[in-house]
Design a binder for this molecule. Structure first.
Ligand SMILES: NC(=O)c1ccc[n+]([C@@H]2O[C@H](COP(=O)([O-])OP(=O)(O)OC[C@H]3O[C@@H](n4cnc5c(N)ncnc54)[C@H](OP(=O)(O)O)[C@@H]3O)[C@@H](O)[C@H]2O)c1
Length: 339
């Protein structure tokens, strides 16, 4: 089978190459999946560059979230059959035509959900669920401010926030990308690159949209000055959910503001919750899968690239050109929803 192989750690992600490799038969507890789509995530790039906390043994193929069809099953597998449409996860190996994975990491995929959307939902929506429901206690009719709303976890938070009944204000870096976020349900959009910092940046706009109160819950995967400004447009009793630092800057929380407005700054580690409490992790995964299956959430895939162009997909992510998610496809699969 063909796989996108990283043989040496390199800053230059074009150093990876498609190779023909042998895949063993699945172990007794494993299923073999013919991969149709694999999501591209930043950790895939960081693994090639040797900058991710988890370092796979060389050589390896990146790719941790994928969907496809089961083509072989191990002798002890009980929950799946060949021909099943499934979605699964692994730490790496998904930028390939086939993969063997433990049956416990596999879920059945209804026919109505495309392989492309299925490959993209688990990390993004799990993060949004853990943040908004478990950590943020978002209530219907509260105002949710989502930063980095054009990105993978941000757009998932917009979608899930609307599903939970919140009024959603979404921020992002370009009008073109934000137009898609608006079309997908955000009540208001703000381009944070076009707000005059000397006039208060996006904070004034958020206050205007909330009759001076500020947002009740703020979802922040960006950090830096976006976090600093968020503290100035948050409601009494508000919750700021710290998701990540795509700006590259770790902000410092001003404790005086935290006290005066009685706000909470809340860390979110969606995957770690499941590692520390596997039962809660299973419940969260099942809840997200149920929301996907019943059509209550709808992952947005803006582009797809065949596996031989996987580097282009990773470069698109690096260059902030992605809205929602980009996928790599294999075995001739071509997503219908991307036009
Ligand atoms: N805490 C958790 O459990 C958890 C789970 C998953 C991911 N994360 C973290 O969440 C963050 C976002 O992940 P993601 O998958 O949504 O990434 P993504 O798809 O690349 O989206 C990130 C968004 O951040 C915005 N951004 C602002 N400043 C940026 C900069 N200097 N460089 C790049 N992007 C910038 C971009 O929107 P504009 O271009 O429109 O500004 C971009 O769309 C990452 O830091 C990731 O590690 C955390």
């Amino acid at each position: 089978m063909r796989s996108l192989i990283c043989r040496k750690i390199s800053e230059d992600i074009t150093s990876v190459e498609i190779e023909e490799i042998e895949l063993p038969e699945p172990e007794p507890n494993e299923v073999q999946i013919k991969i149709m789509a694999c999501a591209v995530n930043f950790p895939d790039i960081l693994m090639i560059q040797g900058k991710y906390q988890f370092k796979p043994p060389l050589p390896f193929a990146p790719g941790g979230e994928f969907s496809g069809e089961i083509v072989a099953i191990g002798s002890q597998v009980s929950g799946f059959s060949t021909g099943d449409r499934v979605v699964a996860g692994a730490r790496y190996g998904g930028f390939s035509e086939y993969i063997n994975v433990d049956e416990n990491s596999v879920r059945t995929l209804p026919k109505a959900i495309s392989f492309a959307k299925a490959a993209c939902y688990s990390t993004t929506y799990l993060t949004a669920l853990v943040a908004l429901k478990i950590r943020g206690n978002l209530q219907p009719n509260e105002t949710l401010l989502v930063h980095g709303a054009t990105g993978g976890v941000g757009l998932a938070a917009v979608d899930l926030g609307k599903y939970m009944g919140a009024k959603v204000i979404a921020t992002g870096g370009t009008d073109e990308k934000l137009a898609i976020v608006k079309a997908r349900g955000a009540d208001h959009i703000i381009n944070y690159t076009q707000q005059d910092a000397s006039l208060g940046g996006f904070k004034e706009k958020v206050k205007e949209l909330t009759n001076g109160r500020g947002a009740d819950v703020i979802f922040d995967p960006v950090g830096g000055t976006v976090f600093d400004e968020s503290i100035r447009c948050i409601n009494w009793n508000g919750r700021i959910l710290t998701i990540g630092f795509t700006s590259g800057v770790w902000p410092k929380a001003p404790v005086n503001h935290i006290l005066i407005k009685q706000i909470s700054v809340i860390g979110v580690r969606a995957g770690e919750i499941g590692r520390r409490n596997p039962e809660l992790g299973r419940q969260n995964g099942a809840e997200i899968h149920q929301l996907l299956t019943e059509g209550s959430i709808d992952p947005h895939v803006c582009a797809s690239f065949p596996i031989e162009d996987a580097v282009k997909a990773m470069q698109m992510l690096q260059n902030r050109k992605v809205v929602g998610k980009v996928v790599i496809t294999a075995n001739g699969y071509s997503p219908q929803e991307i036009t």
